[in-house]
Design a protein around this ligand. Structure first.
Ligand code: ATR
Length: 283
């Protein structure tokens, strides 16, 4: 029996258990995947306890992706470069941290839209953990990346990912006039902030004004609840191709399986489980 789970706080609304359980059943794997609410002060004990209990692996979510680093024995190069971990494997007596967020993001665009980010010019909105993973992935695919963030100083912390090379990564102030000056060069716009998320605000908000979008942009929102944020809806009305966050959720999990077992789970089954759970949450 494989023991697996996701640790976070809050965690009650995580769709990872239904998604992984569906994949385990479809793959004919004997396993159980649960969500664990962990107090920040108990994080180390939770990770070591999972190892002691014989867990195969864990996923790590908000707010522990960086906080978990001191409790790990080793990091993969992907996790090392962004200093963030969303997947842990207990293997050979060691606790190994990995990040599948960036590769999951790129895989979602490739599988859902046939979109290849290689060499593209991308505007990333936000500078938190998710943005770090996505920016590192884009840079590994020779993208020209612009980052904009409410707190501009935080956006500058991403510059190390590009060796502080302004030809690869540039911080753009969030004022519309600054953003407007780069939009014609941009191929894709990615929202990594929670702006537009369900229950985030009384009124749906936009991460940047939708007037800045151009029909040639691919617009991705990594939010999956609601499935269509106001930002995506307005982008669609402008004629942009759009993608929501369900794909990244599924493909980061697919890549976690590849890390744990070297096997690719049935992504379609995982999509279906997530779609069903989202539908049920609307009722
Ligand atoms: P995650 O790990 O999911 O990326 P995070 O590290 O907390 O989460 O980062 C959240 C990102 O969304 C940050 O870029 C944050 O901007 P600040 O650096 O200014 O805090 C951004 N964000 C969160 N709420 C926001 C809001 N209401 N408006 C604009 N940006 C917001």
């Amino acid at each position: 029996m494989e023991l697996l789970g996701v640790i976070g706080n809050p965690i009650a609304h995580s769709l990872s258990p239904v998604m992984h359980q569906a994949a385990l059943a479809a793959a004919g794997k004997q396993g159980i995947y649960l969500a664990f609410l962990v107090k920040p002060e108990d994080l180390g004990q939770a990770v070591r306890g999972a190892k002691a209990l014989g867990f195969t692996g864990l996923n790590v979510t908000i707010p522990f992706k960086q906080q978990v680093l001191p409790y790990l024995d080793a990091l993969t190069p992907e996790a090392e470069s962004i200093q963030s971990v969303n997947t842990i494997a207990f293997t050979g007596g060691r606790i190994v941290g990995h990040s599948t967020d960036g590769i999951g993001f790129a895989a979602a665009a490739e599988h859902e839209l046939g979109y290849d980010f290689t060499g593209k010019t991308v505007l990333v909105i936000g500078a938190g953990g998710a943005a770090r993973a996505i920016v590192a992935q884009l840079l590994s695919q020779q993208c020209r990346v612009y980052v904009t963030n409410r707190t501009e100083a935080r956006a500058f912390t991403l510059l190390d990912l590009a060796g502080k090379d302004p030809a690869r990564l540039t911080v753009v102030p969030m004022q519309p006039q600054n953003l407007e000056s780069i939009m014609a060069q941009v191929d894709a716009v990615v929202n990594t902030t929670p702006v537009g998320m369900k229950q985030q605000a009384a009124q749906p908000e936009l991460p940047i004004p939708a007037e800045l979008l151009l029909p040639q942009h691919l617009v991705i929102d990594i939010i999956y609840n609601p499935k269509q944020t106001l930002f995506l809806e307005l982008a669609r009305q402008k004629g942009c191709r759009t993608q929501n966050g369900v794909g990244m959720l599924v493909w980061q999990a697919v890549k976690a399986w590849e890390f744990w077992w070297g096997i690719t789970p049935p992504a379609q089954v995982m999509y279906q489980a997530v779609e069903d759970a989202l539908k049920a949450s609307l009722r």
